[in-house]
Write a protein that binds this ligand. Structure first.
Ligand code: RFL
Ligand code: PHB
Length: 390
């Protein structure tokens, strides 16, 4: 089989790239290891920057997002029994975020891809990349146990942190930077109304908690937990009790609990691989970088990588220009490192670090107190949260 761009992975990065390329008449094939149902049911991110929303509109997949997405003008930070509002709209000259689940973004994109080009190969096994330094690379994989080969001009590695693409770059070329945090997030999804109209980021002596949502009738919450924690030790009642204990009394009284629809534990890590291009292979999204979810940046960074990559490939096929291909890695990394910094800072500010001396906790409290009372500090927080410009 032949195509122009072989895309590995049908997460938001791979799907959005395929959709944008298709609008410019550029053919692509997506190879995905999992089944369609698995990909569509994965519960992950929930907060979209305006740049991500704009890109989904440009891709023609924002009808449901525009109908069902919730516009959020601000969020709250809670600590020491008080809560403080960060007025995103007021502090950024009118910018906001949209709450709309990654699950829904993925479903909308898959529906569009299947309807338009039907170019996703689900359950593609043993994917391997070849001849990446030539101008005709290929991708080999198994479908129903039968070996297949896909020849292409470019390979887009959109296969997440555990994918094969990053590992196909020689270690002599790739440099990685990593920080693993000494805790994880235990997430719960339930059909109960959110505790507040806006997200609440709570810093508590027992650890961080986040009160988010998917709709006005569906709650998504997280609590900081140890990475050794087992899900079976966390019946719903224990999670809700722990969440309630980390809220201010006013919000605690308003928390509505109910049976969980989904529960999961995720480790927290910061990670960047450089460069993002090796010959004809581009890395994008979680394949190239991971942020801890505290700043709500992972999905949004995947989208900004795809903004740059789609433009680079469109310019190449439009007139043979390689300038944007050459600058892809450099351009992306400038924005990636700033989102890494913000996510690391939010994580450090809001979590309990088990091995820190009491002095460090006092420093956190002083910084929190400063951030929520200084217009300058809140402005810096708000402009990063709504998303730095592309
Ligand atoms: P994905 O979504 O991981 O998709 C990669 C796809 O590649 C497939 N794959 C392979 N296919 C073929 N061959 C192989 N060898 C393959 N290996 C892997 C996988 O099956 C998968 O379908 O990466 P992508 O597209 O780069 O998207 C990144 C985002 O998913 C991720 O950054 C966000 O979910 C992170 N994130 C958040 N981001 C935000 O912007 N806002 C948030 O509010 C937010 N909250 C979160 C999050 C991530 C979380 N978890 C679970 C880590 C909350 C949580 C709890
Ligand atoms: C979510 O709703 O899943 C969510 C929201 C904000 C974050 C992380 C996750 O910072």
């Amino acid at each position: 089989m032949d195509t122009q761009v072989a895309i590995i992975g049908s997460g938001p990065a791979g799907l959005l790239l395929s959709q944008l390329l298709s609008l410019h008449g550029i053919r692509s094939v997506i190879l995905e290891r999992q089944t369609r149902a698995y990909v569509e049911d994965r519960i992950r991110a929930g907060v979209l920057e305006q740049g991500t929303v704009n890109l989904l509109r440009e891709a023609g997949v924002a009808d449901r997002l525009d109908r069902e997405g919730l516009t959020h003008d601000g969020f709250e930070i809670a600590f020491k029994g008080e809560h403080h509002r960060i007025d995103l709209r007021g502090l950024t000259g009118g910018k906001v975020v949209t709450v709309y689940g990654q699950t829904e973004v993925t479903r909308d994109l898959i529906a569009a891809r299947v309807a338009q080009d039907d170019n996703i190969v689900f359950e593609a096994g043993d994917v391997s990349l070849h001849d990446l330094e030539s101008d005709r690379p290929s991708v080999r994989y198994l479908k129903d146990g039968v070996p297949q080969e896909l020849r292409c001009d470019f390979v887009a590695g959109c296969d997440g942190f555990h994918g094969v693409s990053r590992r196909s770059i020689p270690s002599s070329v790739l440099k990685t930077y990593e920080q693993v945090y000494p805790f994880g997030w235990l997430g719960i999804l339930a059909d109960t109304p959110p505790v507040s109209d806006e997200l609440i980021y709570a810093s508590h002596d027992a650890g961080f908690a986040l009160f988010s949502m998917r709709s006005i009738a569906r709650t998504r919450c997280y609590i900081q937990c140890s990475v050794e924690e087992k899900l079976e030790d966390w019946p719903d009642d224990r999670i809700w009790a722990e969440l309630r204990s980390r809220l201010s009394p006013e919000h605690a009284a308003a928390l509505v609990t109910g049976p969980s629809i989904e529960k999961s534990i995720a480790p927290l890590r910061s990670f960047v691989a450089e460069p993002l291009r090796f010959g004809r292979l581009f890395l994008a999204g979680d394949a190239a970088h991971i942020v801890p979810p505290t700043g709500a940046k992972g999905l949004n960074l995947a989208a900004s990588d795809i903004h740059y990559l789609s433009r680079a490939l469109t310019a190449f096929y439009g007139g043979g220009s390689t300038a944007l291909i050459e600058s892809y890695s450099r351009t992306c990394l400038r924005r990636i490192w700033k989102s890494e910094r913000f996510s690391w800072w939010m994580t450090t500010l809001l979590h309990h670090f088990p091995d820190d001396p009491p002095f460090k906790r006092k420093m956190q409290e002083a910084e929190l107190d400063y951030v929520v009372h200084s217009e300058a500090a809140m402005t810096a927080l708000a402009e990063n949260y709504v998303g730095l410009p592309y």
